[in-house]
Structure formats: C-alpha cells, structure tokens
Design a protein around this ligand. Structure first.
Ligand SMILES: CC(C)(COP(=O)(O)OP(=O)(O)OC[C@H]1O[C@@H](n2cnc3c(N)ncnc32)[C@H](O)[C@@H]1OP(=O)(O)O)[C@@H](O)C(=O)NCCC(=O)NCCS
Length: 170
C-alpha cells in the first residue's frame, strides 16, 4: 500500500491547486476555473487555517513532495446546523492505489487533533463511483441523496455521507 502523508497547504502550493483545476474535479464543484479564480481559491484555502474554519492539505507520497492531490475540511451549515464538509482529489496518474482513502483518514485525525467535534459530511455526485468508494473506505455512513447547491444556482445531485469525529476519541 502507498505510504501517504498530508501537509497543511502553504503559499508555495499554487501549482498543486492549479493541477487540480480539471473538468472531472471542477464539474463536481461548479466548473473549471480561470487562473484568477484558482489563485483566489488557493488564497481561500490558506485563510481556512488562519481563521480556524478548516484546513486544506497537500497529499504527499514518497518521491512526490510537490503533492499528488488535495484533501481538506471546512465549516458549513446543514439545514442551519453547524457541521464540517470534506473534499478531496488525487491526480490522474496516482489513482487506484488507495491514496485518497488514506489521506481522508489522516485528515479526519488532524481534525480531531484540532479539537473539531462536528460531524463531517461529504457530497460526491451520485454518478462519481470513485469518490463514493472513498467515503465508504474511509468509514463514512451513507445518509441518502440530496440536491446540493455548490454555487448560487448550480445544483448537483449528490449523496450525503457523514462520519462522526467524536465517536473515535474515547
Ligand atoms: C475520487 C478520487 C479522489 C479517488 O482517489 P484514489 O486515490 O484513486 O482512490 P482509490 O485508490 O481508493 O480508488 C477509488 C476508486 O476509484 C476507482 N479506481 C480504481 N483504479 C482507478 C484508476 N486507475 N483510475 C481511476 N479510478 C480508479 C475504483 O472504483 C476505486 O474504488 P475500489 O477500490 O472500490 O475499486 C479520484 O478518483 C479523483 O481525484 N477523482 C476526480 C476528483 C473527484 O471526483 N473528487 C471528489 C469530489 S466529491
């Protein structure tokens, strides 16, 4: 199995965020972005940790310190209730080796270490088997399907997966 580590995103990781700006990922989030939008996304990712509202990580495997993907969590509302949302991507040539599930498990441990206790949701599209498999392998439970507004007016048909951070702390 691939040895997977995660490192909080830094100002040096703009190219990693650029490499994630592919149709297959961004179609899950509202569409491919201009470089200006990618730069703004990178800045938003950096602000998460500074403001204590989440954290994005570079996924690192041996021989690839530049990163092979991204994983992160951030605060959001579920029907007016505070919760966390998680998201992830692995670059094409590194897929199918269990990198994303290992990175998600490591990210959940980081969230616990940061004393996050809210439930973590993930919303892969129903037609994204790879990402739904990641949820299952990382221990999320499937709550059902929902229409998720990824950006104003842009609604995706997704699954709603959840995992509790608190239950594994005992
Ligand atoms: C979803 C994603 C992060 C999975 O990453 P990964 O490190 O390849 O995860 P895994 O190795 O556990 O593979 C997950 C599933 O991908 C599929 N898969 C296997 N080999 C693959 C390959 N070479 N290429 C693509 N998908 C493959 C399989 O269905 C696998 O599930 P299985 O183990 O039950 O058969 C990655 O496919 C990706 O970045 N996709 C595009 C972005 C995206 O959809 N992000 C999620 C938004 S919600």
């Amino acid at each position: 199995m691939t040895d997977v580590a995660i490192v909080p995103l830094s100002s040096d990781d703009l190219d990693l965020v650029r490499r994630a700006n592919t149709p297959e990922l961004m179609d899950q989030m509202g569409g491919v972005e201009t470089d200006e939008q990618v730069i703004a996304r990178h800045q938003r990712y950096l602000r998460l940790e500074r403001e204590g509202t989440g954290c994005q990580f570079r996924i690192v495997i041996p021989g690839h310190p530049e990163g092979v993907g991204l994983v992160g969590y951030w605060h959001h509302d579920v029907g007016g209730e505070p919760a966390l949302e998680a998201g992830w991507s692995v670059e094409q040539e590194y897929r199918g080796r269990g990198i994303a599930p290992a990175a998600v498990v490591a990210m959940l441990d980081r969230a616990r270490a940061a004393r996050e206790t809210l439930p973590v949701h993930a919303y892969p599209r129903v037609d994204n088997p790879a990402s739904n498999a990641v949820c299952r392998k990382a221990g999320f439970a499937l709550l059902g399907e929902l229409d998720f507004e990824v950006s104003p007016g842009n609604i995706l048909h997704t699954n709603d997966w959840v995992i509790e951070l608190a239950e594994r702390t005992a």
